[in-house]
Design a protein around this ligand. Structure first.
Ligand code: ATP
Length: 508
């Protein structure tokens, strides 16, 4: 992970936010390369799920919404984490994370039969399916009494599990004394529920009537606009609405670089369908989402897996939920959630807003509230998965050194082509080639440093092709040399054929 963070920071993919002022915790800026990469991921997603499908449309709803939206969606009442203060050192923690930490520490000793180790093993059995436990043991060749602490994290727990856990924490605090991870004292305040929504105020006054939330997900904009879309877009059910945009969650424990941040971007779809057809469509969306990752983005299939939620993990309104997990350097974690949310959201908005959210089927002459399948992925989390997946090194020099090659698919790569005059004197011709190519492709121009160093620099940022301008081929024959990132092979191509060459390569 350190290598990936270093590359991202040093090459202009991701910078620490407000760095010159010492930064602002957990904020990140997407630099010149990062913003291009993020844009490419977004555009490929829109091309696949909107442009190429007659049953999908795009939406861009406002970030600030009427606060009633969040009452209806359940976020005002239920979107919270358990927070506990240490009265001695005044540090704040997520209550569930403290127990995770205790369990992890006790498990450092394999044979531990301490209370926490025993409880950890019990939880492992309760929270993971048989197959997941088996994979856990096989993958890591762990003895049966050892567990993958990553899989214990409370994020993946059902609401019931969380309640059980908090009850347990209360008992543990009294009976066994849970030491504060910071100061070691057992001096806890009551656990409070901490709502993850950011609040701000709209307009010139700061009283509560002007209070608004920054949206914690993009999805609600789609539900709220459902009647407008039906009225204006002439789509018949089943059809879906896609949206890309910022979301904000005041996460208590953000971290792992850009994996979990307080400000992030989501790409969400609500696919509206007739009740009864939902499970079949859920299965289809699982396939389509995995296809996007494995084929469109060419992520390594060994780093991807489905995790179907067990019945006791499902929200009460969901008929089925599956996560696509990615094997990050810090473990398997959710990348994409695909949930069958039935008619929960539209019904909730119908009740709260008193507006009719039902759909009239003109063919069957029936009216109903549609069910919905929601494939929801974090664009910034996908960005991290893409970087991790593409990161590779090759031997460099004779002393066992190595250098980085970012093996991004050309469509994903931020810069597609680098135009490199062999020597500065060739700049006039090289600039001509640059202007010709940059009309069609993101092209960079670089005339400084040895040609080998320049190739290495562009390999490191994932540029699939370098175009070299030299005396013999270019000035004499009007040809250039194309060097390929992944093979380092070179070929000579006529300047007039270049645009078509790259267009074909990018569409293949
Ligand atoms: P997690 O369990 O990781 O907190 P979640 O189950 O709360 O995620 P959803 O509400 O289903 O996430 O959001 C859909 C997607 O949005 C997730 O699969 C993830 O890719 C992304 N996402 C959610 N929270 C964050 C965050 N704080 N930072 C970056 N991406 C996020």
């Amino acid at each position: 992970m350190k290598h990936i963070v270093d590359l991202a920071k040093n090459r202009g993919f991701v910078f620490q936010g407000s760095e010159i002022y010492g930064g602002l915790a957990n904020t990140w800026d997407y630099g010149p390369l990062g913003s291009l990469l993020k844009e490419n991921l977004k555009n490929l997603w829109i091309r696949e799920f909107v442009q190429r499908r007659p049953d999908m449309v795009l939406l861009d709803a406002a970030i600030l919404m009427n606060p009633q939206v969040w009452v209806a969606s359940g976020h005002v009442g239920g979107f919270s984490d358990p927070l506990v203060d240490c009265k001695s050192c005044k540090q704040r923690f997520r209550a569930d994370k403290i127990i995770d930490g205790l369990i992890e520490n006790h498990l450092k000793d394999d044979s531990s039969d301490s209370y926490y180790a025993t409880r950890a093993r019990e939880l492992w059995v309760e929270t993971l399916s048989y197959d997941e436990r088996k994979n856990d043991l096989l993958n890591k060749q762990l003895p049966i009494y050892w567990i993958n602490v990553n899989n214990l994290i409370s994020e993946s727990w059902s609401a019931e599990m969380q309640v059980k856990f908090l009850e347990e924490f209360e008992v543990l605090k009294e009976e066994r004394g849970v030491p504060c991870p910071n100061c070691g004292e057992c001096n806890w305040a009551e656990i409070k529920k901490f709502n993850l929504m950011f609040k701000t105020s709209q307009g010139v006054t700061e009283d509560s009537s002007a209070m608004v939330y920054l949206r914690p997900e993009t999805a609600q904009g789609i539900f709220v606009d459902f009647p407008n879309i039906v009225r204006t877009c002439r789509r018949r059910i089943p059809f879906g609405v896609a949206q890309v945009g910022k979301a904000f969650r005041n996460e208590i424990t953000p971290g792992n670089f850009i994996f979990r941040t307080r400000e992030f971007e989501q790409m969400e779809i609500e696919y509206f369908c007739e009740p009864g057809t939902d499970l079949e469509l859920h299965a289809k969306w699982k396939k389509d989402c995995m296809n996007f990752l494995q084929n469109t983005l060419s992520l390594n299939s060994e780093n991807l897996r489905f995790r179907d939620h067990d019945a006791d993990e499902l929200s009460f309104y969901s008929n089925a939920t599956t996560d696509i997990e990615y094997k990050f350097p810090f473990g398997w974690w959710e990348l994409w959630g695909i949930a069958d949310r039935t008619d929960f959201d539209l019904k909730a908005h119908m009740t709260e807003s008193k507006q009719d959210m039902s759909y009239f089927d003109p063919v069957k002459n029936t009216k109903f509230i549609p069910y919905v399948i929601e494939p929801s992925i974090g664009l910034t989390r996908l960005f991290l998965a893409t970087l991790c997946d593409a990161y590779d090194t090759v031997p460099d020099g004779e002393e066992g050194g190595e250098r980085i090659v970012l093996r991004l698919k050309p469509e994903v790569a931020p810069v597609k082509i680098a135009v490199l005059p062999l020597v500065k004197k060739l700049n006039e011709k090289a600039e001509e080639v640059f202007h010709m190519l940059s009309k069609h492709f993101m092209t960079w121009y670089d005339e400084t440093g040895s040609i080998g160093k320049r190739y290495a620099r562009f390999d490191e940022i994932g540029t699939p092709w370098c175009v070299t301008i030299d005396f013999d081929n270019t000035l004499e024959k009007n040809m250039v040399t194309i060097r390929h990132r992944d093979t380092a092979e070179q070929e000579t191509v006529a300047i007039e054929a270049l645009v078509e060459y790259f267009q074909t390569a990018l569409n293949s």
